[in-house]
Write a new protein. Structure first.
Length: 421
């Protein structure tokens, strides 16, 4: 009796009865999309909770903003650990663990009896959960693609934009109908069930399926050798990495200020609560468009140049915010900022892969994101405390715009080749 072969050739894995099969890399992208949708979508609902937390705990805007800053510091800073762990253990395990932590953190926040307990539940749960999952899934996507890496990376992290579009209005509706505690509980269940289930689609490397990037046949040596590229120590010594790190650090002081303070700003200027929350959805719409459109465009025009344009675009859109007080102007700002912010998030991992290869991509991205962690810890909370003192957001908004212009200048000064410093 004839027996089936135990291993499939690349051609066999690519076809069934002569018809092309879906490249597995797109399922990895789908898993990464779900993880970023649930993780960041849950995190970016925070602006909808600010007013409720202020009232229930009699807290200042700066102290409430610190909840998000702590979570942001952790979910970007933890990448320095989760990246190497994913390189060693695989991205799927980290993604599943992260989604469970997000769910537990949100559920615990629903039971908080003080703002300190919100710091611990939301800050640690969401912060550690997103931190455990984000860098591993983004790093995994980079290994599965070469020619369409910018587009695939943009598609994967467009989950952040779609999550920002869908989750804040959902949270606002839950707060209005059931209260903020039940809202956190519902979001926690959603994160644990949907996020964990779809995180199982993530796989670390196409070589495990006998494939090369983009579904091409693997190179003869690629199944038995490590991916090419820099070690972490080698990458950190290059002027390119130093330039990227400095640019991301400076930019991130203002990067997430709108995600925390746009809704309170709108409410302060007389915008109705329902419309104010929709501004976050506008950021989500713009962010989704930016990740889809600008990721593919950057593949053609050059990702380094495109990243500079993202910084310039965020800076200019922040100036629009500074001049806006009504819903229409704020909506224009929110959409434009979302486009360029989404492009920034989509391009950065792909540019790291371009510069340093896939050998330790997760670890290198993780180290790079510590720059964003520091800025996120400082920026949103500093903006809140500045408002508490001056009763105005003008200075934080202008400082955020200046930070993006400075980041663009740092990239312009970066060397064209990865030479050691």
């Amino acid at each position: 009796m004839d027996t089936l072969p135990t291993t499939a050739t690349p051609a066999a894995t690519a076809t069934t009865s002569g018809s092309p099969r879906l490249f597995r890399g797109w399922l990895v992208v789908a898993g990464a999309f779900a993880v970023t949708f649930v993780g960041f979508g849950s995190a970016y609902t925070f602006s909808a909770f600010v007013e409720s937390l202020q009232k229930d705990f009699n807290a200042s805007r700066g102290s409430v903003s610190l909840v998000f800053s702590l979570a942001g510091f952790l979910y970007f800073g933890l990448g320095v650990l989760s990246g190497p762990l994913a390189d060693r253990w695989g991205s799927r395990r980290l993604a599943v663990a992260g989604m469970l932590l997000v769910g537990l953190g949100l559920a615990a926040a629903s039971r908080a009896q003080s703002l300190v307990q919100v710091y611990l539940a939301y800050g640690l749960g969401v912060g550690l959960g997103v931190g455990a999952s984000y860098v591993p899934v983004v790093g995994a996507v980079q290994r599965w693609f070469l020619r369409r890496r910018g587009f695939a990376s943009g598609l994967a992290v467009s989950g952040i934009g779609v999550g920002t579009l869908a989750m804040p209005p959902l949270a606002s509706w839950l707060i209005d109908t059931q209260g903020w505690r039940h809202a956190y509980l519902v979001l926690g269940v959603l994160a644990a069930v949907v996020g964990t289930g779809l995180a199982l689609l993530v796989e670390n490397d196409p070589r495990g399926r006998g494939l090369g990037p983009d579904g091409d046949p693997p190179q003869p040596q690629s199944l038995s050798s490590a991916p090419a590229g820099f070690t972490v120590r080698e990458a950190l010594r290059t002027r390119r990495f130093i330039g990227l790190y400095a640019a991301c650090l400076v930019c991130s002081f203002g990067l997430f200020v709108p995600f925390v303070h746009l809704v309170p700003y709108a409410l302060d200027h007389g915008v109705a609560p329902g419309s104010a929350v929709l501004l976050l959805a506008m950021i989500g719409i713009g962010s989704t468009a930016g990740r889809f459109v600008l990721g593919g465009l950057a593949d053609r025009m050059g990702r380094a140049l495109a990243l500079m344009l993202m910084f310039a675009g965020m800076a200019l859109s922040l100036l629009v915010w500074a001049m806006s007080g009504g819903f229409a102007g704020l909506a224009v700002f929110a959409f434009a900022y979302g486009v360029f912010y989404g492009g920034f998030v989509a391009l950065l991992p792909a540019l790291v892969m371009d510069y340093f290869g896939g050998r330790h991509i997760g670890a290198i991205i993780g180290v790079l994101y510590t720059s964003v962690a520091v800025g996120t810890l400082v920026g949103p909370s500093a903006a809140g405390f500045a408002f508490d003192v001056s009763r105005s957001y003008l200075l934080p908004i202008l400082a955020s715009a200046a930070a993006n212009f400075a980041a663009m200048g740092l990239l312009m000064a970066m060397p064209k080749s990865s030479t050691s410093s």
